[in-house]
Design a protein around this ligand. Structure first.
Ligand code: FES
Length: 96
């Protein structure tokens, strides 16, 4: 188990490498847009990694393509495609 701090809310929640960041946020009742339902198609679930980037799952080609289509996405990932295996701090970019 690891922890995820969400700077938008100040909340710290438990997360694990078996559950996507999007599903963790939804489970914890944290507002986050997810228009395509987790298919890496909309990009609305994107977040900025503030701390702990090394604890995130590797970016996939599908995720990279979506982020590149959105523009300058340095330190930005899709919550529906990303898993954390260590302590991280994030900023949700589009709250619900
Ligand atoms: S929910 Fe659409 S890209 Fe993540």
């Amino acid at each position: 188990m690891a922890s995820m701090r969400i700077i938008n809310t100040g909340k710290v929640v438990k997360t694990s490498a078996a559950v996507s960041i999007l599903n963790t946020l939804m489970r914890e009742g944290v507002a986050v847009k997810h228009v395509c339902g987790g298919k890496a198609q909309c990009g609305t679930c994107r977040f900025r990694i503030i701390e702990g980037e090394r604890y995130l799952s590797p970016i996939t080609e599908r995720e990279r393509a979506r982020l590149e289509a959105l523009g300058n996405m340095e330190k930005v990932r899709l919550a529906c495609q990303t898993f954390a295996f260590g302590d991280i701090t994030i900023e949700i970019l589009l709250t619900d």
